[in-house]
Design a protein. Sequence first.
Length: 118
Amino acid sequence: MLRVGSIVLRVKDLALMEAFWSAALDYAPREGSRSHDFIVLHPRNGSGPNISLDQHYSAYQLPPRIHLDLYTEDQPGEVARLKLLGATEVHWSKRPENADYIIMQDPEGNRFCVVDIG
């Protein structure tokens, strides 16, 4: 049986993206995982997949081939918090009016959705 162990994001600025994703998800660097161009972040509470950051050039593509869906019971609060961390909201003309998600991107443009599960 397979399970998701880590989701790898290509990044330009490893320190910036480590700070963003650590604060956004309450993750911490996994001991022994850091190199000059790679780091594995894991949930402080031990629940959920790792986020690995790989400092490696990757062509930017829209729409992205993959994105994260982040679930929350406090969508307005989390969107505001993520904006304070440097994320921005992405407006998409095809987003349904009653959508339960808000599209955002991290400081380097990696997209994710904040999904209201409340």
